[in-house]
Design a protein around this ligand. Structure first.
Ligand code: NAI
Ligand code: MG
Length: 336
């Protein structure tokens, strides 16, 4: 069998460390992958004067699958978000974030099993801000029926195919009556086509409270872009933190797998980042390639390592390096 061609985007900060970790674990499953390294972010900016060169986007589009490390976006002045631009240019309209607790992870709630489905192309992330006069700034928040319907369709289709019991649309339509009103309208239209899946609506602040008080109240959360971003980090906090949660950015014919977390500049280059999120993103990537068994083997190995509880990175109160954690996962692959 020939090897799969997959683009590898090392990214910034801890990106190269955690993507390398994921590649090593994937290699240990025996699934052959030819990685084509494509730089975006700071390295591309230094080399080409553009953090997201058009050729890089084209390579990902042609290849169809990528594993991506986080990319830094400067706060305030500087270039716009490379992550957001990549999602828009490749029309990666779904951001799929399964948030599951892993037994043994310190600080994790028990048996959390949530799926966050975040609209990935519009909302406030159209990044249009204007200054009608000095001291007044307005941001555009665009919601369209097209994008809202396709993300709702994905959410219900996902729920139906994965045996999920409910979809909750997260909104603020009490205040944003037109924009979130349209988002809800689209969700309701799609919900009507799926009578066996319970459909609910929850105002975003109340949804946050629910999740903190009792994460079991929700199942699949269908979110406009910004709420999905915020709720993802909150949900990561329920299962041990940002080091644990993977994400898939999905479009038609192209998929980019990454972590929910960012480039973590505070710990970059120290070799102590928790690679779990990227390793689990790698497992999702393998499933996407049709190598579901290898993907499940990686998840099982990660679960075994945490169940033993001996090898923990500093974010979880341990002293293991990224490297040490990877070695433990690779060893645990062999226990199957
Ligand atoms: P962050 O997620 O990078 O870090 C927040 C906190 O969590 C930090 O204390 C960090 O050390 C910790 N953390 C994150 N991932 C970790 C891991 N794997 N292991 C151990 N600890 C981990 O968020 P922050 O600091 O707000 O953003 C840093 C940069 O990342 C920014 O430039 C931001 O724009 C970018 N970013 C990129 C994303 C992407 O590429 N998809 C997503 C989120 C942020
Ligand atoms: Mg985020």
């Amino acid at each position: 069998m020939g090897a799969y061609n997959v683009v590898l985007i090392p990214g910034d900060g801890i990106g190269p460390e955690v993507t390398q970790a994921a590649c090593r674990v994937i290699a240990a499953t025996g699934v052959p992958v030819d990685w084509e390294v494509v730089e975006v972010g700071t390295k591309a900016l230094e080399a080409h004067g553009d953090p997201l060169p058009p050729e890089a986007v084209e390579r990902i589009r042609e290849c169809g699958v990528a594993l991506k490390g986080p990319v830094t976006t400067p706060v305030g002045a500087g270039f716009p978000s490379v992550n957001v631009a990549l999602r828009k240019r490749l029309d990666l309209y779904v951001n799929l974030r399964p948030v599951r607790s892993i037994p043994g992870v310190p600080g994790s709630r028990d048996s959390v099993d949530l799926v966050i489905i975040r609209e990935n192309t519009e909302g406030l992330y159209v990044e249009i801000e204007r200054e009608p006069r000095a001291g007044v700034v307005e941001a555009v928040r665009r919601i369209t029926a097209g994008a809202s319907l396709r993300i709702a369709r994905f959410a219900f289709m996902y729920a139906a195919h994965n045996g999920r019991r409910s979809v909750t649309a997260v909104h603020k339509a009490n205040i944003l009556k037109k924009s979130d009103g349209l988002f809800l309208d689209c969700a309701r239209r799609v919900a009507a086509e799926y009578p066996t899946i319970a459909y609910r609506e929850r105002i975003v602040d109340a949804a946050c409270l629910d999740l903190v008080l009792d994460p079991h109240r929700h199942d699949v959360l269908l979110c406009p872009n910004l709420y999905g971003d915020i709720i993802s980090d909150l949900a990561a906090g329920l299962v041990g933190g940002l080091g644990l949660v993977p994400a898939a950015n999905l479009g038609d014919g192209v998929a980019v797998f990454e972590a929910v977390h960012g480039s973590a500049p505070d710990i970059a280059g120290k070799g102590v980042a928790n690679p779990t999120a990227l390793i689990l993103a790698g497992a999702m990537l393998l499933a996407h390639l049709g190598e579901a068994e290898a993907g499940r083997a990686i998840e099982a190995a990660v679960i075994r390592v945490y169940r033993k509880g001996k090898v923990l990175t500093p974010d979880l109160g341990g002293t293991s390096t990224t490297e040490g954690f990877v070695e433990a996962v690779i060893a645990a692959l062999g226990w199957a």
